[in-house]
Design a protein around this ligand. Structure first.
Ligand code: ADP
Ligand code: ZN
Length: 734
């Protein structure tokens, strides 16, 4: 059947579909997902066909100009997914479509890179003998291969392309153009591995996964402590998927997308083309990887958040490792969570979804408890090693003893010394960079603040600067108080830079390295530092959450957490959950080799449940405790939360809009089932010169809420300079 009307989402216009007539000349060429050029107002624009129809309720329609590209870029299923995202996240469909297609693919400005390829031609021994030595070498190298790129051959024979071209002129070699795939991990070698014999719990988990792959009904949540063999289960589940002729997508947090991780998958599936998608790919690499997936040449895709949209042809399985990770959430519109989008994609495409974590999000565990997810548990480490021993140091007592707050407690200092003596390695963790968190005047109470944000500036000693971690504002260090002119400026609070210098002072002979985003400006530094640490060239690694994730260092026997409860008192209902997760994840770094590991946790509120349950490695205990509090206060996962933020340079205007909006929402959608609170100034009341007000909406029926919310919020004209954003299932409320 041929349709005469196409519904098009135009790049230039947000949140609307426009009807266009399909001219006779294009009949049969316009499909859902096709990229088309259309007249739009006085201009020409490009857009996507999101639907086809026979009739339109509009009178005079314009015609589609042309179809851009050959195949539709988006499958029906992905389009369906983007439409769901638009509804669910209260966001223009057009933005969701953009999100599902990398820019290089969308704009189609880059294509495959073709280069000259050379193969051996016809040449007999006599002719060969007559050639100059260089030319003879070229032919001999080529005859031993199935051909190669000209540049490679020139390099091997230590000659230039003109020599090879001369030989081609005589027919001794043959040139052709061939696609040279830009593969970021190409050329790396690895040893193939075989599937391991699973232990009982792993087998049970795998069986649950297989059942879902064969007949998808519900997502599977694997809760398994670090080192319990989750990845091995994923690998075997993927293998099962491939055997069914289906494809798999593996999502990992960006920070865990290391060569090590990728290698583990490559080594298990040596015959497969595994595609890796991450944010550091060049435009060319991204283009090639995307098309390789869409053309069905790659059946396993590994990637960070946006890989959830990878255009595999026969999706059978999506794995989401570390499903609790906040980096799965995109912090700009569409504010989607890749884990939740994965669950929906699984539903639309009839694919299994398997997620895993040592510390599942309360949302996912709640879903498992209520039977919406299938739960598998891997309770112990594969090698039956004990979980590392966690000791808590009460820093209030320590501060009294040491007459002030210091970086190291006596216990941690002794423990570090003991490990250094044994030539073992130490990781010290503090989730804040810089040297001091406050620069203040003890006399008049002045604190150096960011002029654009309502936060104090952080002191970076190495650069001799005060910096804002929200807007990158930089200020000089005052040598006297700008207010009372007193010269006794002081610093308080600590960051990784201070830990590094305190450690260097306490252990002058130790090799100390800091690792945080301040020193990660060079592209490969991250890899370099990790390999130096791995081979033992570093004794103590000091870092932020960059070092907290899924890495395996057998010689690390001590992990020190400098200030465990730093984030505990943030005004966010998930502060306890985040602290618990962080402590357990960081602790998982210790003792993964033959020696038992130890974790020392310095805390000012050592009896807080988040700290105590983490000490016991007791996820279920923490969950039971925490869920009670969420139930009392009607917070997620018991309800669903939507945060509407109004931002503006003028505090009055932003506040006025927020109040008007809140009133409207209360009039139009509030009910017993929809609770609306606010507006209140956000905990960080001003960021980058923008005042921020929040309205919190909670409900048990999220779809109804977002529908109603869309009606109130979308298509509204806000005063100039005022911006309204809707965040469904927000993960940070600061
Ligand atoms: P997780 O993903 O839960 O951290 P991994 O799958 O990485 O755990 O397993 C931890 C270590 O144990 C890895 O080195 C892995 O090769 C090994 N391992 C996993 N399962 C088994 C098994 N059934 N038998 C032997 N070793 C295993
Ligand atoms: Zn700032």
């Amino acid at each position: 059947m041929t349709h005469s009307i196409a519904k098009v989402v135009v790049d230039l216009a947000l949140d609307r579909e426009f009807d266009y007539r399909i001219p006779a000349g294009l009949s049969g060429q316009v499909h859902v997902g096709s990229r088309v050029a259309v007249p739009f107002g006085a201009r020409n624009a490009q857009g996507y066909v999101v639907g086809l129809a026979e009739t339109s309720s509009y009178g005079k329609l314009k015609e589609i100009g042309e179809v851009v590209g050959k195949k539709p870029l988006l499958s029906d299923k992905i389009l369906e997914l983007t439409r769901w995202m638009g509804r669910y996240y209260c966001c223009p469909v057009e933005l969701c479509v953009k999100c599902a297609l990398p820019e290089v693919v969308r704009k189609a400005k880059i294509s495959w890179k073709e280069r000259q390829f050379v193969r051996a031609g016809k040449i007999d021994a006599k002719q060969l003998a007559k050639l100059r030595p260089k030319s003879r070498q070229v032919i001999e190298i080529l005859q031993k291969s199935d051909g190669m790129f000209v540049a490679k051959l020139a390099q091997l024979a230590d000659t230039d392309a003109s020599t090879i071209k001369r030989l081609a002129g005589k027919g001794f070699v043959m040139l052709s153009d061939q696609v040279d795939e830009r593969d970021p991990f190409g050329g790396e070698v690895f040893l193939p591995t075989e599937a391991l014999k699973l232990h009982t719990e792993q087998l049970q988990a795998l069986e649950l996964c297989k059942a879902q792959i064969s007949n998808p009904e519900k997502p599977v949540l694997i809760r398994g402590v670090t080192g319990s063999g989750k990845t091995e289960v994923y690998l075997q589940a993927i293998d099962f998927t491939l055997r069914q002729g289906k494809d798999a997508i593996v999502l990992v947090p960006e920070i865990s997308l290391t060569p090590q991780t990728v290698e583990r998958f490559r080594a298990r599936f040596p015959g497969q083309q595994i595609t890796v998608l991450h944010s550091h790919l060049s435009a060319g690499e991204r283009h090639d990887q995307w098309h390789k997936i869409r053309d069905g040449q790659s059946h396993i895709v590994i990637g960070a958040r946006s890989a959830v949209f990878a255009p595999v042809q026969a999706l059978g399985l999506i794995v989401i490792d570390e499903e609790h990770e906040t980096s799965y959430k995109q912090e700009e519109a569409p504010r989607y969570n890749a884990r939740d989008v994965a669950v929906m994609r699984g539903k639309f495409e009839g694919a299994a979804v398997v997620m895993g974590s040592a510390t599942p999000s309360l949302e996912s565990f709640y879903n498992a408890k209520r039977g919406r997810y299938v739960l598998a548990t891997l309770p112990v480490r594969v090698d039956n090693q004990k979980m590392p021993l966690m000791r808590i140091v009460d820093m209030r007592q320590e501060a009294i003893r040491q007459k002030g707050v210091h970086v190291l407690s006596a216990k941690l200092r002794d423990a570090i010394q003991a490990r250094l003596d044994k030539k073992e390695q130490v990781i010290l963790f503090l989730n804040r960079r810089g040297y001091a968190t406050h620069c203040f005047c003890p006399k008049c109470g002045y604190v150096a603040k960011c002029p654009n944000c309502s936060v104090a500036l952080t002191y970076h000693r190495r650069d001799g600067q005060l910096r804002c971690h929200f807007c990158d504002h930089i200020a000089g260090v005052p040598n006297r108080c700008p207010e009372c002119k007193d010269p006794a400026i002081k610093y308080s609070g600590m960051g990784t830079e201070k830990v590094e210098s305190a450690i260097q002072k306490a252990f002058p002979k130790a090799r100390v390295q800091r690792m945080d985003s301040d020193i990660m400006t060079k592209k490969n530094l991250y890899r370099e530092i990790f390999s130096a640490f791995r081979v033992g060239k570093i004794d103590i690694l000091v870092g932020t959450q960059m070092i907290a994730k899924g890495l395996h260092f057998p010689n690390v026997t001590l992990v020190g957490i400098i200030f465990a409860d730093m984030a505990l008192h943030l005004p966010d209902f998930r502060a306890g959950e985040r602290t618990f997760q962080l402590l357990v994840q960081v602790a998982g770094r210790a003792g993964r080799g033959d020696v038992e590991g130890e974790v020392i946790v310095q805390a000012f509120t050592p009896f807080h449940p988040a700290v105590q349950y983490a000490r016991q490695h007791d996820f279920v205990g923490f969950y039971d405790h925490e869920i009670e509090y969420r139930e009392q206060l009607r917070y997620p996962p018991v309800t669903r939360l939507v945060c509407v933020t109004v931002r503006g340079r003028s505090e009055d205007k932003a506040k006025f809009v927020a109040e008007t909006l809140a009133r409207q929402l209360k009039n139009e959608i509030a009910s017993e089932r929809i609770l609306i609170a606010g507006p209140t100034p956000a905990p960080l009341a001003r960021i980058q010169n923008q005042y921020r007000f929040q309205i919190m909406v909670r409900t048990e029926q999220i779809m109804k809420l977002t529908e109603a919310l869309s009606k109130v919020v979308s298509g509204k004209k806000w005063p100039e300079d005022v911006n309204v954003s809707v965040d469904v299932d927000p993960i940070s409320l600061l």
